[in-house]
Design a protein around this ligand. Sequence first.
Ligand SMILES: NC(=O)c1ccc[n+]([C@@H]2O[C@H](COP(=O)([O-])OP(=O)(O)OC[C@H]3O[C@@H](n4cnc5c(N)ncnc54)[C@H](O)[C@@H]3O)[C@@H](O)[C@H]2O)c1
Length: 251
Amino acid sequence: MTGSTLQGKVAIVTGAGGGIGRATALRLAEAGADIAAVDIDGQTAGETARRVESLGRRALALEVDVTDADAVRRSVDDTAAALGAPAIAVCNAGIIGEPSPFHEENVAHLRRQFAVHVEGAFHYMQATIGPMLTEGWGRLVCTSSIAATAGYPRGSSYAAAKAALLGLVRSIALEYASKGITANCVAPGVIDTDMIQVFGADRLERMRAAIPAKHFGQPEDIAAAIAYLCSPEAGYVTGQIISPNGGLWFS
Ligand SMILES: NC(=O)c1ccc[n+]([C@@H]2O[C@H](COP(=O)([O-])OP(=O)(O)OC[C@H]3O[C@@H](n4cnc5c(N)ncnc54)[C@H](O)[C@@H]3O)[C@@H](O)[C@H]2O)c1
């Protein structure tokens, strides 16, 4: 999607300092949107904002921990003041943690996974849906994972949090389907970003070999799917899960 299909729209993208989030911010900017780039790392968010501006769009960098509901609300207010009310929220910030067998997994890690992925998305969707209802137009997209439906050995807490997102988003989709607001998930396969470096070279090679396409996805592959879900022509698409994964299905 290129051109100006999102001209005049303001998009908040979380985790925008990193791979998929940054690619998404740039892709939405190419489609004409102005971008609030949110990340816990203010420096990387700032770099994304600079790249958005170099595409000729307005941008704001916001250093926010998505688990902090007050900070999230302030960031949405700051976005509205600087760029205009958000019509698009891409809840993408995420963490993975060291692989850990379930019998050694601890509940603190489970809670952290739910805080970042589920509460973070909950806060941003709740803080942005008001202006979307006023406008009668909105796009909510959350980054889940193939792990949500396929499972993820030694990543049970991550997979559980990503699965919870599916139920959250599908429920929101049904509640607001008649209000011009869509809510969808992308569920990436294995994408070549900083996040997957935790697996180490040997496991990464085994993962790559198991992918029918025989290569990892690029952040732009996910950004393209997100941009479609955010587009005006995807107005009849809601409660869906799009999984760009190179043919990788475990189940
Ligand atoms: N890379 C993959 O293979 C893959 C597969 C499926 C799903 N995902 C999901 O895609 C999303 C993006 O991940 P990525 O692969 O681009 O990794 P990444 O590590 O490059 O990006 C994640 C970004 O989220 C930010 N972040 C982490 N915790 C945060 C917090 N509390 N508040 C605000 N920002 C925070 C990080 O600083 C980072 O910039 C994540 O939700 C991840 O779980 C990734």
